[in-house]
Design a protein around this ligand. Structure first.
Ligand code: FAD
Length: 465
């Protein structure tokens, strides 16, 4: 249980200039950034090993005008990227933050590649909904596990101290809201205290906290949480106790394509490349192409809260670049058959209904037309044998609302003034997705983790806070 204790002053046996709470992408990038600028930094992580939601993710970071895009002949600009984010989020996010993160994303990835040997490449063979250019960058396995391991290796190479098994429970702050230090619990229950001059909150949002999810995101109150369980909303509660403004607490990333019961993310390439979803009656129920985030609630509304994603071997070949998909195949979660009737039998769905649905989709594709749900099939290839299907459910991946920050990652009060020495990055801060699931543009999560991490570290080190 996190708390903020007010004290006039407090002596600590041990002090560091900068503490970062959380060793996910935001925390490790913040630490690398601060360290590079000469700041002495300590990272505290509650788990035995840095993982966070970052390790569970596909590790894909959107960025515009990168050298990888240029090499692939992809034309893109930060302005185009910012426009996509604002359009998807109905104009709700802070335009200055959107401008900041979209300008910074490319340079941050190139810095991580050049300084810390993270070998990014751009996904060239399929598009994500709402992105007007192919701009998702990832490491070779397209897995967050590889990303977090690479960031951890970079921190180790820089000899940045990362204390694991250090669950921060308490902030100590004075009457001016200045953080003086903190206490963290060790696995044996003992408590240790450290003083700090500045604090970066990089401990993500509140997806792992059922009560907060029920309060802020009632539509997913009973949904599976697919993110990191340790993200309990500590940043939010500390920030609120210190008088910080919060925004868009209903904002989140859902996902309508988690293999069930295998519990493995199935890439949305299955949809954007021409697949579709049906319920247990073999009928479509939505415009899947709007985005995977809002599709979580659509899938959960179907009988038993499940649906089937139907695609074909061509699409499977594209999706196989994702380690998760390869794992799902190895576990037998991806069914395939030489004909649709055979596939229907394997899925346990009415053959006739699935055939009718597939024919209606094909007709739309051939006509380049929109269907009754408003999905535009123009340019989409018809499915062909062999066919594939995965049973999926909807899940909550992470929350997008949080502490209001400025473009220096300083945490702000409701009147717009910054708290004396508190910064936030990644899921701890209010993101750029607005106030509901439909505002999430693919990659918004790691986008704000790496860019605001970079910003927070640099701001602190520059002593501008
Ligand atoms: C299945 C899945 C797939 C995803 N795929 C993508 C994707 O491809 N692209 C994308 O952009 N986003 C994706 N996301 C979202 C993305 O993972 C997150 O937005 C991002 O990882 C957030 O980074 P972070 O550093 O803020 O948080 P995290 O990576 O969760 O790190 C926070 C860390 O803080 C620690 N912590 C929490 N509280 C405390 C405390 N009190 N004391 C000490 N430590 C604490 C946690 O243990 C954790 O290690 C995905 C999410 C999921 C669940």
């Amino acid at each position: 249980m996190s708390q903020c204790v007010r004290v006039a002053e407090k002596a600590f046996d041990y002090r560091v200039p900068l503490v970062v709470i959380g060793a996910g992408a935001a925390g490790l990038v913040a630490a690398l950034s601060a360290h590079e600028a000469g700041e002495e930094v300590l990272v505290l992580e509650r788990d035995p090993l840095p993982r966070g939601s970052t390790a569970l993710s596909a590790g894909l970071v959107p960025a515009a005008a990168t050298r990888w895009q240029r090499a692939a002949g992809i034309v893109d600009t930060p302005e185009l990227f910012a426009g996509d984010i604002l359009r998807k989020a109905h104009g709700e996010p802070d335009a200055q933050i959107v401008d900041h993160v979209t300008r910074l994303a490319g340079p941050v990835l190139e810095w991580l590649a050049d300084r810390h040997d993270l070998k990014f490449s751009v996904i060239e063979d399929f598009s994500y909904p709402g992105h007007s250019a192919r701009r998702m960058h990832g490491l070779a396995s397209r897995s967050g596990e590889e990303l977090i391991d690479a960031l951890r290796a970079a921190a180790e190479a820089c000899e940045i101290p990362v204390i694991c098994d250090a669950h921060v429970t308490t902030l100590f702050a004075d009457e001016t809201d200045r953080v003086l230090g903190l206490a963290f619990a060790r696995p044996d229950g003992s408590l240790e205290e450290i003083g700090c001059d500045r604090l970066i909150l990089a401990c993500n949002g509140y997806g792992g906290n059922r009560a907060l999810v029920a309060e802020h995101i009632p539509s997913l109150a009973d949904a599976t949480y697919f993110g990191h369980a340790g993200n309990q909303g500590d940043a939010l509660s500390w920030g609120q106790a210190l008088g910080a403004a919060t925004r868009h607490l209903n904002g989140h990333q859902g996902h309508g394509s988690v293999a069930h019961p295998a519990g493995i993310l199935i890439s949305w390439a299955t949809i954007t490349e021409g697949g579709f979803q049906v319920n247990s009656q073999g009928e479509r129920f939505s415009n899947e192409a709007k985005g995977y985030s809002e599709q979580a609630a659509e899938v959960l509304k179907q009988p038993d809260g499940v649906a089937w994603t139907v695609f074909d071997a061509r699409i499977a070949a594209i999706t196989r670049q994702f380690e998760d998909f390869r794992r799902a195949e190895a576990m037998g979660a991806v069914l395939s058959a030489e004909s649709l009737p055979q596939l229907a039998v394997r899925m346990g769905l009415p053959e006739e209904a699935l055939r009718r649905t597939a024919e209606a989709v094909d007709a739309c594709k051939q006509a380049g037309a929109q269907d009754g749900f408003g999905r535009d099939f123009a340019g989409s290839q018809p499915l062909s044998a062999p066919y594939c299907a995965v049973r999926v459910t909807g899940a909550l991946f992470h929350t997008q609302g949080g502490l209001v920050i400025d473009t220096q990652a300083r945490v702000l009060r409701p009147d717009g003034t910054p708290l004396p020495n508190l910064y936030a990055a990644g899921g701890a801060a209010c993101g750029v997705s607005g106030n509901d699931a439909s505002g999430y543009l693919s990659g918004n999560g790691l986008l704000t983790a790496v860019t605001l991490g970079r910003t927070a570290g640099a701001t602190v080190a520059a002593g501008r806070g």
